[in-house]
Design a protein around this ligand. Structure first.
Ligand code: ADP
Length: 538
């Protein structure tokens, strides 16, 4: 009973019971690499041996700057399993943020894909603490580099034995580190330990969460560099699922379709923007996602039209999920309860657009500005707070200065939400995106969602801009679907009967593209800047 919950125990289990299961990856040096769990965990042990030989000690940080592929998966187990900390870095961050993160984390080594080497070469003299670079490729694909102490991954592990006894230690030992994107101020580090990681991974496998099994073939598009790809490398291995990694092809609708179809993916995970590209490809090519059963979409609100298209055209179940970096990340997932199958098609969509039900292990509550708990009536909205064994208790090396927790130990998510009597939580906004009009709140998410239901709208964003009379009013910013025409007036009329009259945006602006964050979410701060001088029509 006192066995510690260690990430290496997943490797041991998965190798024993699912050794023959496949991991398929697209990488820069191989269009379709294919091997088994047995081979993968053997190589993770070789990596653990190699890292020990480099002189790393318990708790030392090893960073990864890589796409989703089998070598990155090996790094997850090799680093954390050996008692080091796997610090996943988002390569799409600004160079200054990368420098900040690498220095703040005190990364000793960085494992990088070849394509990110120019990025590191440019930063090299600003990250003096880094002792060396492990390049995730073989000798044949090693590029020329100015980086000091760059070693080839395949060569590094080739000389090592597959025999390695995973060390046993306290389950509260740090395992992984991920920084928030830092849209306001410096990025903040969230440190996960072995225990939080395992409990979260167990939870994710459950039927009403990701429902993973050894019969599944899972294609995680959510990056391994973002919140541990929602914990999927651990949950998929616990379940023994076949794994398919798209490598650098994450945003390419056609490549994703071909991979999902040819490998027979039954489940997939990603943020809404990724699926826009996939659905658009299917629409244009007339292709259908025949084998896919469900897609877990989170990280941002999932448009109703997207849920409907997956359901009605492809017979694919969309499971919306909600969470954040500070929560490992899962907090809520939307599946129907027993009896709800009797709901009409429209009622099912009304339910599916909500963020989801809290999963066991993550408690939630909504509170008003004075900190009083609000009722779960689906109407009252307030600050959403959470707590549980995989919710962070502080930020890495910040010693409570971020003030993210309440006096009674709840983490303030920065989201505003309602919770209905059945426990389904719906996000109305991030606190900082809320639109305050005439003293009342307008949900930008609901306005975006409604606009996305119009056939001529490819993507929509709503921001609150200063208004002389109402403090703020909503502006709708739209990217049109290719080849479609629509006027501002037609879009505004489209809101009639769908939202309260006073919620209807004051104007519509058409743009060629919307700004996104490094993880593919709408970047409202940027959008507000872009429209800072905008004047609503009189
Ligand atoms: P970052 O804060 O770096 O953008 P996170 O992935 O931690 O990255 O973002 C978490 C935030 O994303 C949540 O606090 C919430 O605002 C938003 N989010 C996640 N899932 C959903 C969802 N299903 N609906 C609406 N917003 C969501």
């Amino acid at each position: 009973m006192d066995t510690p919950l260690l990430i290496s125990s997943i490797a041991t289990h998965a190798e024993k019971f699912h050794g023959g299961q496949e991991i398929v990856s697209v990488t820069a040096d191989n269009p379709l690499h294919r091997y088994t769990y047995k081979k993968s965990f053997g190589r993770a042990r070789q990596l653990a041996n190699a890292l020990e030989r480099l002189g790393l000690g318990r708790g030392d940080r090893v960073a990864t700057l890589c796409w989703n592929d089998y070598r990155h998966f090996e790094a997850y187990y090799g680093i954390s399993g050996a008692g080091f900390v796997c610090h996943t870095i988002n390569p799409r961050l600004f160079p200054e943020q990368l420098v900040f993160i690498i220095n703040h984390a005190e990364d000793r080594w960085i494992m990088t894909d070849v394509m990110f080497m120019p990025l590191l070469e440019a930063l090299a003299d600003k990250i003096p603490g880094v002792e060396g670079i492990i390049v995730m490729t073989d000798e044949a694909h090693m590029p020329e580099t100015t980086l000091q102490n760059a070693v080839c991954y395949e060569t590094l592990i080739a000389g090592e034995s597959r025999d390695y006894a995973w060390p046993q230690f306290d389950e509260r030992t740090a395992a992984a580190l991920c920084y928030t994107s830092g849209t306001t101020g410096d990025p903040k580090g969230v440190l996960y330990d072995h225990r939080s990681t395992l409990l979260h991974a167990y939870a994710a496998v459950a039927p009403d969460v990701m429902s993973l099994s050894s019969r599944d073939c899972v294609l995680p598009v959510v990056p391994l560099f973002h919140v541990s790809s929602w914990g999927s490398p651990y949950s998929m291995a616990i379940a023994g699922s076949k794994i398919v990694y798209p490598g650098p092809k994450m945003a390419d609708g056609e490549a994703l379709y071909n991979l999902l179809d040819s490998e027979g993916a039954t489940a997939t995970l990603g943020v809404p923007t990724i699926w826009m590209a996939l659905l658009q490809y299917c629409r244009q090519s007339g292709k259908r996602l025949d084998k896919l059963q469900r897609t877990i979409i989170g990280g941002a609100a999932v448009p109703r039209s997207m849920i409907q298209e997956f359901r009605d055209v492809h017979d694919v179940e969309v499971r919306q999920g909600w969470g954040m970096t500070e929560m490992s990340p899962l907090g809520a997932v939307n599946t129907r309860k027993g009896g709800m199958a009797r709901l009409s098609g429209e009622e099912q969509l009304d339910l599916a657009v909500k963020a989801g039900r809290g999963i066991f292990g993550c408690e939630m509550r909504i509170v008003d500005e004075a900190g009083n708990e609000l009722p779960w009536d689906g109407i009252a909205y307030g600050a959403l707070q959470v707590r549980g064994p995989w919710v962070c208790s502080d930020y890495f090396k910040l010693d409570g200065s971020a003030n993210a927790h309440t006096g009674d130990g709840w983490f303030d998510t920065g989201d505003v939400a309602t919770i209905d009597p059945e426990g389904y939580m719906a996000i109305t906004d991030r606190t900082k995106d809320v639109i305050k009009s005439g003293g009342e709140w307008i949900s930008s998410i609901e306005l975006e969602n409604t606009a996305m239901g119009h056939p001529a709208v490819a993507e929509a964003a709503v921001v609150g801009l200063a208004h002389p009379k109402w403090t703020e009013r909503p502006l709708l910013v739209v990217v049109k679907e290719a080849g479609q025409e629509v006027t501002a007036q037609e879009l505004l009329s489209f809101y009639a009967g769908k939202v309260a009259d006073w919620w209807v945006p004051d104007d519509v602006v058409f743009v060629d593209e919307l700004p996104h964050t490094a993880t593919g979410k709408l970047k409202k701060t940027e959008l507000r800047k872009q429209f800072a001088d905008y004047q609503f029509p009189a």
